[in-house]
Design a protein around this ligand. Structure first.
Ligand SMILES: Nc1nc2c(c(=O)[nH]1)N[C@H]1C(S)=C(S)[C@@H](COP(=O)(O)O)O[C@H]1N2
Ligand SMILES: [Mo]
Length: 158
């Protein structure tokens, strides 16, 4: 059973196209995301770097929501944080996310689900400018649940 699960996992990873048994594709463009820590994927040495194109090759999650930072309803697209962490075999209890402006925040692993948050790299189907909280923005489907309209969730929207 364990062997089957492992085989399926590798099948899913090779479908993602950028991560193979012997490691992650090298970034060809500006690195916009570095993940480090307890990454147990055998091809990684505890660190993984992504450019935008690499993130685009991962399964895309989209939702539309209003936010406290934007006007009207906005469509976000990106990769589910859980998907990214699964891909890297990230283990642990806490994610610490760091932004370009030195802000950082902790996100408990057990609060991360298949649907949210996402690491959005598109807003309204266009790349997110740095002046508009880009190039990456961890966002939640705020409108879908009052539980996402809290200071804790806003603070994790890094
Ligand atoms: N990159 C980045 N994301 C961030 C912050 C920040 O300073 N930098 N502040 C966080 C906090 S503490 C909150 S409550 C929300 C709302 O911040 P704002 O209303 O000041 O924009 O954004 C969060 N995301
Ligand atoms: Mo805050």
């Amino acid at each position: 059973m364990r062997a089957i699960a492992t085989a399926l996992t590798f099948l899913m990873i090779s479908l993602a196209g950028i991560l193979h048994a012997d490691g992650l594709t090298a970034a060809q463009d500006d690195v916009i995301l570095t993940v480090s820590g307890n990454l147990e994927h055998p091809g990684l040495e505890g660190s993984a770097q992504f450019d935008l194109e690499m993130l685009r090759q991962l399964p895309v999650q989209s939702f539309s929501t209003s936010t406290i930072w934007t006007e009207g309803e906005v469509k976000f697209s990106g990769v589910a944080l859980s998907e990214l962490l699964n891909l890297l075999y990230a283990k642990g209890h806490t994610i610490r996310a760091h932004a370009i402006n030195d802000y950082s925040v902790e996100i408990p692993m057990d609060s991360v689900t298949g649907a949210y948050p996402i690491i959005a790299y598109m807003m309204e189907d266009a790349p997110i400018a740095r002046r508009k909280k880009g190039p990456l923005w961890i966002v939640y489907p705020y409108d879908s649940n009052p539980a996402f309209q809290t200071e804790v969730i806003y603070s994790r929207s890094i």
